[in-house]
Design a binder for this molecule. Sequence first.
Ligand code: TMP
Length: 213
Amino acid sequence: MVPTGPRGAFLTFEGIDGSGKSTQARRLAEELRAAGRDVVLTREPGGSPGAEEIRNLLLNGDPDRWSAETELLMFTAARRDHVERTIQPALEAGKVVICDRFVDSTRVYQGITRGALRGTVDALHAMMIGIEADLTFLIDMDPEAALARATTRPDAEERFESFGLELQATLREGFLDLARRARRFRVIDGARPAEEIGADVTRIAHSFLETPA
Ligand code: TMP
């Protein structure tokens, strides 16, 4: 599924639950649109009608509803549909795609929290998806502060946000570890006012889009 020919840019936001990444993804979409860019703002799991249906199956209901392996397959199925129907066509049309979570979330959530599935995540990704973001913002935040924010949100889905503090700390380390290994990451301190974070994100995105690394 590697795109050929002229291509837009694929930007992703990652972070633990409550890190504020969705707010930042929205802000960046607004900033880039205001600067005249053609932007598709999307999210995972979801981002296409079929993948949104899978999202409901994944995020609602009993925490033990799916085995770790089944869950991984469902996230990957949702992603395949999202890439086929939303992300790839937009990139091929030269648009900027901003995605709230992508495979780094699977690497961390499914890869390390429910057993050692990291190798399987990467193998499935290589086989069924095959694309990575060009630039990834990791909104890094102390789990205690992030958890307080995530659990007070009115629209919280049940299954994942019932995670405790210890697990959120593991997830944070998992994201930071990914960020140390790949050049596409920019780690952003999320424990600041949203406007300040947004200003950093916008500056980095503009400079990347002008001269992609
Ligand atoms: P959200 O809160 O950013 O909408 O994400 C919903 C939940 O789904 C969040 O707790 C993280 C989880 N998730 C995974 O476990 N694996 C994934 O691949 C993705 C995209 C999300």
